[in-house]
Design a protein around this ligand. Structure first.
Ligand code: ZN
Length: 192
């Protein structure tokens, strides 16, 4: 009897793991020259969205990182991404008493070789539908800044230029359900 219960329990655990595994998203990060310099892996959690950042080619030291309101990374200044994502009308900064924006994240640090391997958390955010969704509308974007976020200055923490950008959109190629084009179909049409 005890064995059977254990078996049932492991099935329940397996099923619940699978449902969270479906809400992941990998975002390609680009610099202002259009080179891909890393990825951000987004993972839906019960209390927010976890972001695993792997980047290269940065200036060693601290950099601000934020989710912005539009999924439009147009070089060279990435201004097309808009302001920090802020669905609740708060002030900027993780240390601001009336903060923070939903898109405000802790600074990341690039090592002496310019590499970043960081795990960040965006509390309250989701990849599912709703006001706090990173995929609402046409999506949002993740931007890394030239310098560190001071945590209080308005409107964006005095972070200097935007240096990396990645678009967070629904319907990424990895999650697409579209079937690949059948090459024989093309041939048949040509013969007609
Ligand atoms: Zn902000």
């Amino acid at each position: 009897m005890r064995l059977r219960l254990g078996f049932l329990l492991s099935i329940v655990l397996l099923v619940s793991c699978q449902s969270t595994a479906e809400t992941t998203k990998t975002v390609d990060m680009y610099n202002t020259s259009g080179d891909m310099v890393g990825t951000a892996r987004l993972l839906e959690q019960p209390d927010g969205v976890q972001i695993k950042l792997k980047l290269e080619g940065l200036t060693p030291g601290f950099h601000g990182v934020h989710v912005h309101e539009y999924a439009k990374c147009k070089a060279p200044d990435f201004k097309t991404a808009g302001n920090h994502l802020d669905p609740e009308g708060k002030e900027h900064g993780l240390m601001h008493p009336d903060g923070a924006h939903l898109g405000d994240l802790p600074n990341i640090e690039a090592d002496a070789g310019g590499l970043v391997d960081a795990e960040l958390m965006l509390p309250g955010a989701t990849l599912k539908e709703g006001k706090m969704s990173l995929l609402r509308g046409e999506g949002t974007s993740l931007i890394v800044d030239e310098t560190q976020d001071d945590g209080v200055s308005q409107p964006s923490g005095n972070t200097g230029a935007r240096i990396l950008c990645g678009e967070i959109k629904s319907g990424n190629k990895s999650e697409s359900t579209e079937s690949p084009t059948d090459p024989t179909e093309f041939n048949e049409k040509q013969e007609e």
